[in-house]
Design a protein around this ligand. Structure first.
Ligand code: SF4
Length: 427
């Protein structure tokens, strides 16, 4: 089974080219995709036209790689809980615009269906497209805005996150279930190239979300999170969201909130999604009652990390130390690992990831497709030849074989799964 390449007519219509099989991309290289790596495009996935780019395919007769000149290249956005194994293969024209901050996975057409080289990495169904009911979200917004009329954070989560950005985490909060987001920080101490909450004026791409414009108080945080922890199934609350800067810059307010929350309820878990830049602050939060941390990184190699994050006043070893501190206190430590085929599965990256797991006693890897224009990323990082690569799936298998206790997934686990990861999760 080799799906055919797809192209767009530039007017939003997509066609298959039956003279070309679809291929994938790893780093700068186009390559055939093994049959077993294809899966049907999961519900909630999307197809994108890539303006100013010609798709690369495998000629069905000659077996030669060549461009499809019938239209623009097409890529897939795969939904949460899935990891992409190959990027879309294309050649960009001189004046091709930089692509927005989404993931661009290879895609193909076979037997009247869309296919992608990807795997389901997470059993949890918290962000399953079919699980959302906008009328329930709307009702939740009305009820909770009335319940907390002066709470700026509930207003932000309602008007911006749930109803404007269509944020799955915020919508789950207004549906009274699972993970509740708590953005807190208008500022950040990193300057990530692909920041989703702030892009410099001179950049041609825009950030999908605007950064929070105020500093919430501990009272505002506690007011809506305690009832959520008390009533939601598999409840957890998470500091550090896509619509803010770095939460550790607000650690004093977060510490105060955790202490106050735990005065009212012992239910559920309290998590922080962070760049991990302040291990001393993490120590304070663990002592206050934090349960888990998720540190985001594009690479476990210091130079590649530093080139992308462009940190202010912190170093790679600080993020390693933050993970270690959480494990030292018996907490759950995850990495939010941006998967970029050709970079993530390089031999050098594999060795660095092994080292990070050993050094930190890591609990979990959340394998998330990197939402970034591949050419823009590699170009800005000054990446030329990458050297040998293992293949993303093979790398996952090697890591799992050597570190069977390191869990794989996509979402921060609730306390029930931290205790027993195989817990039956039929919500
Ligand atoms: S750490 Fe987060 S908020 Fe800060 S620059 Fe990076 S992506 Fe943006």
């Amino acid at each position: 089974m080799s799906p055919y390449l797809m192209y767009s007519d530039g007017e939003g219509k997509i066609f298959e080219d039956t003279s070309l099989y679809s291929v994938g991309r790893s780093g700068w290289d186009a390559m055939p995709i093994p049959e077993e790596d294809w899966m049907e495009l999961p519900e909630g996935g999307n197809l994108y036209e890539l303006p100013g780019r010609r798709g690369i395919g495998l000629d069905v007769k000659t077996g030669e790689m060549r461009l499809c000149l019938k239209g623009w290249a097409v890529a897939a956005f795969i939904p949460p809980a899935h990891s992409g194994l190959y990027l879309a293969a294309f050649e960009a024209l001189e004046d091709a615009p930089t692509l927005p901050l989404f993931c661009y996975v290879a895609a193909g057409w076979h037997n009247d269906k869309f296919y992608v080289p990807a795997i389901r990495i997470e059993r949890d169904i918290r962000q399953e497209a079919k699980g959302y009911d906008d009328s329930k979200v709307q009702h939740g917004v009305e009820v909770l805005m009335k319940a907390y009329p002066h709470n700026r954070l509930v207003k932000h989560l309602a008007e911006n996150c749930a109803l404007t950005y269509d944020c799955p985490a915020a919508k789950n909060y207004f549906m009274g279930r699972w993970e509740c987001p708590i953005p807190t920080s208008p500022a950040c101490n990193a300057n990530c190239m692909g920041c989703i909450s702030f892009q410099p004026e001179e950049e041609t791409i825009i950030s999908p979300q605007d950064r929070l414009q105020f500093k919430p108080t501990a009272a505002e945080i506690v007011e809506f999170t305690v009832p959520h922890l008390e009533t939601a199934p598999y409840p957890l609350v998470s500091f550090g969201q896509g619509c803010e800067g770095e939460p550790l810059l607000m650690w004093e307010t977060i510490k105060e909130s955790i202490i106050e929350i735990r005065k009212h309820t012992q239910k559920g878990s309290i998590n922080i999604n962070t760049n991990g830049s302040k291990p001393a602050a993490v120590e304070q939060l663990m002592q206050a009652g934090l349960n888990s941390i998720r540190v985001s990184l594009n690479s476990a190699q210091e130079d590649i990390y530093t080139k992308y994050y462009r940190p202010n006043n912190y170093k790679f070893e600080d993020i390693v130390e933050s993970l270690r501190v959480v494990r030292k206190h018996g907490g759950w430590a995850s990495i939010n690992y941006f998967v970029f085929p050709g970079m993530t599965d390089s031999v050098a990256e594999y060795e660095a990831l092994r080292e990070l797991i050993i050094t930190t006693d890591l609990s979990m890897i959340q394998w998330r497709s990197f939402n970034i224009d591949p050419d823009w990323y590699l170009g800005n990082m000054g990446i030329g030849e990458i050297g040998d690569c293992l293949g993303v799936k093979q790398m996952m298998e090697l890591i799992h074989e050597e570190f069977p206790n390191v869990k794989f997934g996509y979402f921060n686990p609730p306390i029930e799964r931290m205790k027993n990861f195989e817990t039956d999760f039929a919500h």
